[in-house]
Design a protein around this ligand. Structure first.
Ligand SMILES: [Zn+2]
Length: 107
């Protein structure tokens, strides 16, 4: 009988993919963010990078209407002091998106 607490191969693979997406996003950001890294709200400069967030997963949320159009994956850069959020398109950063990975949404 399988151990229900053990992470499945799918979950482990998904976690690896998410970690790689964050690594690629951080690497891209380190190259591209040449201006001030001070938060425009609180002036601190401590940020965290999220895994990719796909618009179609957000659209699956209750009380959301989808009218069609392209689907974008983004990642967020969040000020760890005040919560200010930068939203960046993952395609510009060259981060691959697995269209079947349901684990890449917000947590
Ligand atoms: Zn801030």
């Amino acid at each position: 009988m399988a151990d229900d607490d053990a992470p499945s191969d799918y979950k482990r693979a998904s976690e690896r993919r998410r970690a790689e997406q964050r690594r690629l996003a951080q690497e891209w950001l380190n190259e591209k963010w040449v201006g001030s890294t001070a938060c425009p709200i609180c002036t601190q400069d401590e940020w965290t990078v999220t895994p990719l967030i796909r618009a179609d997963e957000l659209a699956a949320s209750p009380n959301t209407i989808v009218v069609g159009g392209p689907v974008y994956a983004t990642f967020h850069v969040i000020c760890t002091n005040c919560g200010y959020v930068h939203v960046l398109n993952a395609g510009f950063a060259g981060i691959p998106v697995d269209p079947y990975d349901q684990e890449s949404g917000p947590r």
